[in-house]
Design a protein around this ligand. Structure first.
Ligand code: CZF
Ligand code: MG
Length: 201
C-alpha cells in the first residue's frame, strides 16, 4: 500500500489520520515511527504558520513529501485561548487532563450561551523543491461544565457538538471522523489537490 508521512508525535492525531487515510488506500506513517527526529519548535503565531514550520522542516529532513497538522481549541469567552497553545496550555509537559482543568476553571460562572468554541486544524503539505500547500478546517461547538465520554483525545470530553447532541468524546471514532476539524481540513486538501492536478492536465 502507498503511504503518507504525517509529521506528528501525537498518538491521538496519528490514530485519526490512519482511519481517515485508509479509505483512500493510503497507509499512514508518523514521527512515532522516527523516534530519532527531534521536536520542531512551534514558534508561529497561527495554526497555519506552525503547520508549515513542521511540514517543511520534516520534509527537508526526510527528503520526501510530508503532511503536518497544527490544531487546537479557540474559546470565544477566552478571546480565542488556548489557540496555538492548546497542547501546552497548562504547562510544557502537554497534559490533557491539566489542560481541561485549566479551561474549566477559567470558564467558571460563564453561562452556556457564552461558552461557544471551535476546534481548528491547519494542514500543510510540503515536499522538497515544491510549493507548500495549506488548508484549514473547523468544527463548531461549546464548552461543557464537566467531562463527558472517554473517546478521542485532548479537549474532546468537554467539547459539545450541537449537531450531534453529544460531547466529542462520546462519539465513536468514525462519527468524529465525519464532522471533525481534521476531517474537514482533509476534505479541503483533497479538493485542492484535485484542482492542482486538473490545472496541470
Ligand atoms: O480534544 C481535542 N480533539 C482534537 O481533535 C484535537 N485536535 C487538537 N487538539 C488540541 O490541540 C493540540 C494540538 O497541538 P499541536 O497541533 O501542536 O499538536 P501536538 O503538539 O499535540 O502534536 P504535534 O502534531 O505537534 O507533534 C492537542 O494536543 C490538543 O490539545 C485537540 N483536542
Ligand atoms: Mg505540537
Amino acid at each position: 500500500m502507498e503511504s503518507v508521512i504525517i509529521a506528528t508525535k501525537n498518538i491521538g492525531k496519528a490514530k485519526e489520520f490512519e482511519k481517515l487515510f485508509l479509505p483512500k488506500g493510503l497507509a499512514v506513517k508518523t514521527l512515532l515511527d522516527y523516534p530519532e527526529i527531534e521536536d520542531v519548535e512551534e514558534t508561529g503565531t497561527t495554526f497555519e504558520e506552525n503547520a508549515i514550520l513542521k511540514a517543511e522542516t520534516i520534509a527537508n529532513n526526510l527528503g520526501v513529501r510530508v503532511i503536518a497538522d497544527d490544531s487546537g481549541l479557540e474559546i470565544d469567552a477566552l478571546e480565542g485561548r488556548p489557540g496555538v497553545y492548546s497542547a501546552r496550555y497548562a504547562g510544557s509537559e502537554k497534559n490533557d487532563e491539566n489542560n481541561i482543568d485549566k479551561v474549566l476553571e477559567e470558564l467558571q460562572g460563564v453561562p452556556e450561551r457564552e461558552r461557544t468554541a471551535r476546534f481548528c486544524c491547519a494542514l500543510a503539505m510540503a515536499e522538497p523543491g515544491k510549493e507548500t500547500v495549506t488548508v484549514f478546517g473547523t468544527c463548531e461547538g461549546r464548552i461543557l461544565n464537566e467531562r463527558r465520554g472517554s473517546n478521542g483525545f485532548g479537549y474532546d470530553p468537554i467539547f459539545f457538538v450541537e449537531t450531534e447532541g453529544k460531547a466529542m468524546a462520546e462519539l465513536a471514532s468514525d462519527e468524529k471522523n465525519k464532522i471533525s476539524h481534521r476531517a474537514n481540513a482533509i476534505r479541503k486538501l483533497d479538493d485542492l489537490l484535485k484542482k492542482l492536478e486538473d490545472s496541470h492536465e
